[in-house]
Design a protein around this ligand. Structure first.
Ligand SMILES: Cc1cc2nc3c(=O)[nH]c(=O)nc-3n(C[C@H](O)[C@H](O)[C@H](O)COP(=O)(O)OP(=O)(O)OC[C@H]3O[C@@H](n4cnc5c(N)ncnc54)[C@H](O)[C@@H]3O)c2cc1C
Length: 399
């Protein structure tokens, strides 16, 4: 195992830095730095810039128009992008659906949908969870009943991230009720403009509405939009989830967040001294910094194994848990450092209006980020579920 970078990898890092320096628009960089929403237009602009560079789809094979980067290159890009405050790429089409289509989709589906994901023509959202089916996803109840050349879909999805921007949704639907739960699920691609679909926003703790409910009433979906075989959707769904859990450690985000905490804590005073010198606060900062360094090394160790051809297994659950605990601790420290400035977490600050922020360090969105990132330990498989996976795999027991 070699954790140092080769000359080639160092040169690649320089290329990425130069690209970000030149091509990342200042307004998008500022919004990411200040924790403000990018809006549909912001996401689409960054998507188009990466596409033009040929870097939009790092994990796709070249034959589908991807960059086909290895794990180390992807890690370097993610680190540099986070350090430069580049927007996160919306993953639903590019990083989740596309690998499923590439492995299980028909040639027609690949030829039709993949180029549209790259061009940005389609904005996809993920229709997995339902009110009664989250961790226990296989108990989902939305039905799809075959009717000639169509499926008729009825039911409800929930927590659909950025569904308000999407024109397409990939859904898990029940096509057989009389078999074991996992054996009666299919994977369906649905046009959001079809009559019978209603999107209702869910307003979250941070005041934003990035998630939605999606309701289906007698929605007619062409049978050709079924991916793979009927009732084999669970296999495809699980394959997709392995891709949902990439870059799960979020090392770059945590590094950037820690810098911000230190910046705020150096300027804020507590007991007549800069907060950063307060022993209790400094100890928490030191602890999270040590945890981050340790996790970053674990991350590199796993990447190094992946580069040598070993698929990450239970390690990705470890990274999910540690990565999200660290990010939430950093959010908490930022909120504490900002003190009263964090209280008016005005939605104007997050939405990027011209409202004057309460202090020069842009502490306005700190509380909103703290609230928003409660989600990190819930989605992509909650931390409790990851612990179950670790227990089951390493102790041979579990639930
Ligand atoms: C901000 C946000 C965005 C999301 N975006 C999407 C999206 O775009 N598309 C989509 O399909 N879904 C999305 N989700 C849904 C997400 O995948 C689910 O919230 C998640 O799987 C947990 O399911 P649940 O909310 O139903 O909680 P539940 O499964 O009801 O869990 C409730 C609590 O019980 C714990 N628990 C459950 N089972 C066990 C067990 N066996 N052992 C120990 N503890 C257990 C959980 O960890 C949790 O703490 C999103 C969620 C959030 C919060």
């Amino acid at each position: 195992m070699d954790l140092s970078y080769t000359d080639e990898e160092k040169a690649f890092r320089e290329d990425v830095r130069a690209f970000l320096d030149e091509k990342l628009p200042d307004d998008l960089r500022d919004k990411v730095k200040n924790g403000q929403e990018l809006g549909k237009d912001g996401h689409e602009r960054w998507h188009a810039i990466l596409n033009e560079q040929g870097w939009l789809a790092p994990n796709w094979p070249k034959k589908f128009g991807g960059a086909e980067w290895n794990a180390v290159q992807r890690h370097i890009f993610e680190e540099e992008a986070a350090a430069a405050s580049a927007p996160r790429i919306v993953p639903f089409g590019l990083a989740m659906l596309a690998p499923v289509l590439q492995k299980f989709g028909s040639k027609e589906q690949q030829d039709h949908w993949l180029p549209r994901i790259l061009s940005g023509e389609d904005w996809w959202c993920q229709g997995y969870s339902e009110p009664g089916a989250g961790s226990d996803l296989a108990s989902l109840k939305t039905t799809a009943v075959k009717d000639g050349d169509n499926y008729i879909v009825n039911g409800q999805k929930t927590w659909t991230t950025l569904g308000q921007h999407a024109n397409m949704i990939f859904c898990l639907v029940r096509t057989d009720k009389d078999v074991k739960q996992q054996e009666g699920i299919s994977f369906l691609l649905i046009d959001m403009d079809t009559p019978g679909i209603e999107v209702r926003p869910i307003v979250l703790l941070d005041g934003g509405a990035e998630v939605n409910e999606v309701w289906f009433t007698d929605v007619k979906v062409p049978a050709e939009n079924l991916v793979g075989e009927e009732n084999k959707g669970w296999t495809y769904a699980k394959y997709l989830l392995t891709h949902e859990r990439t870059n799960i450690a979020g090392v770059g985000f945590s590094r950037a967040g820690l810098q911000a905490v230190k910046r705020i804590a150096k300027s804020e005073m507590a007991g007549g001294r800069p907060l950063i010198e307060n022993p209790h606060f400094a100890a928490r900062v030191a602890q999270v910094e040590i945890d981050l360094m340790a996790m970053s090394t674990t991350n590199l160790r796993i990447i190094s194994k992946a580069a040598a051809g070993t698929a990450p297994g239970v390690e990705s659950s470890m990274l999910k848990i540690k990565g999200t605990i660290i990010r939430q601790e950093i959010n908490d420290l930022a909120r504490r450092a900002a003190g009263v400035y964090a209280i008016p977490f005005a939605s104007e600050a997050v939405e990027g209006s011209n409202a004057v922020l309460p202090d020069p360090l842009a502490a306005g969105p700190v509380a909103a980020q703290y609230f928003n990132n409660r989600k990190l330990s819930i989605f992509g498989g909650s931390n409790e579920i990851q612990r179950q996976i670790i227990a089951k795999t390493t102790l041979g027991g579990g639930q």
